[in-house]
Design a protein around this ligand. Structure first.
Ligand SMILES: [Zn+2]
Length: 315
């Protein structure tokens, strides 16, 4: 009798303590949510590729809450959204994406959520590829990429008018930085003999780059990584390399290096290094080359790395 009364009492006490813990937990999570919302009144911006994330970061600084969906080394053609991406997109005040079918599986979602499309700024005469398969790799040309800056400045200013002069100032400065970068890239390539200016990579991501900085571009795969190259394409590329006595070919940070490595073996060409095609490097990863230091996680660092790597390997 005494035992069973004690047991009931102990059980009641336990239930009471659990109830108290649950109530405390519910209250504390509630209040911390409210607090973080109160503290962060900034607009929330969601971006897709690392290049777009970096542009928004360089223009907005810490005035926005920025979420980039794709990290370094991620191939946007094949990227499959994860559940947290859906939440981020549905809660965003602004969404920026590349468009031109770069974000293969996400394109219609991004459009439906009111995303702002970088590809829409490129004029028809600048656009490569054809109407059904436009070439999305517009960041390859710093001048075309700088043409997307006003789109970002305007969208940020419309969504957050009190910081509009901040966005305008930093946007204008970035346009100048990219103009200088474009000139630097052109003159750096001039140190390379004209007949060595042939760039061979995994997939056709460098057409805009090649046109603006003076390279003939040959790739194993097409403008998307979604279809693999067949045996005929591999044989053709090996022949081309031998015939033109090309010293070096390049792997890409967001594409498997296996196919290019086997082409190098079969043709006798060297691997000239790793280029950033569809994703940039890790922010804060500093490279030192050609008497200069740059951050591989920025657009400027990405382009400098690519130009320096190619020039050093082909000269
Ligand atoms: Zn690509």
């Amino acid at each position: 009798m005494f035992n069973s009364v004690t047991q009931v009492f102990v059980r009641l006490l336990l239930m009471y303590r659990i109830a108290i813990l649950l109530v405390v937990a519910a209250f504390s999570s509630c209040s911390s949510d409210d607090r973080s919302r109160d503290e962060d009144a900034r607009i929330s911006v969601v971006t897709t590729t690392t290049m777009i994330t970096d542009m928004v970061k360089q223009i907005a600084g810490d005035k926005v809450q920025l979420t980039g969906l794709m990290g370094p080394g991620v191939d946007p053609h094949l990227y499959e959204p994860i559940p947290s991406d859906g939440i981020a997109l549905s809660e965003a005040d602004l969404i920026f994406y590349n468009g031109l079918f770069l974000e293969g599986q996400m394109t219609s979602d991004l459009k439906n959520q009111g995303g702002i499309d970088f590809g829409s700024t490129v004029s028809e005469d600048q656009l490569k590829g054809d109407q059904s398969h436009p070439d999305p790799h517009i960041w390859g040309n710093a001048q075309i990429w700088a043409g997307c800056i006003p789109l970002v400045v305007k969208a940020l200013s419309d969504a957050d008018p009190q910081n509009s002069s901040h966005y305008k100032e930093r946007g204008d400065r970035l346009i100048e930085v990219l103009r200088d970068l474009h000139q630097w890239s052109r003159s750096r390539v001039e140190s390379l003999p004209e007949d060595s200016r042939i760039l061979i990579t995994s997939h056709d991501a460098f057409e805009y780059f090649g046109e603006s900085y003076g390279f003939r571009v040959v790739a194993l795969q097409g403008i998307s990584t979604a279809t693999e190259a067949g045996i005929a394409e591999r044989v053709k590329l090996v022949d081309f390399i031998k015939k033109n006595q090309i010293k070096s070919i390049f792997i890409e940070s967001s594409v498997s290096p296996a196919a290019i490595k086997s082409i190098a073996e079969d043709s006798g060409a060297k691997i000239g290094g790793e280029l950033f095609s569809d994703a940039m490097g890790e922010p804060g990863d500093i490279e030192n080359s050609n008497d200069e230091e740059y951050d591989l996680g920025t657009y400027q660092g990405m382009l400098k790395h690519n130009i320096n790597t190619i020039v050093e390997a082909l000269k």
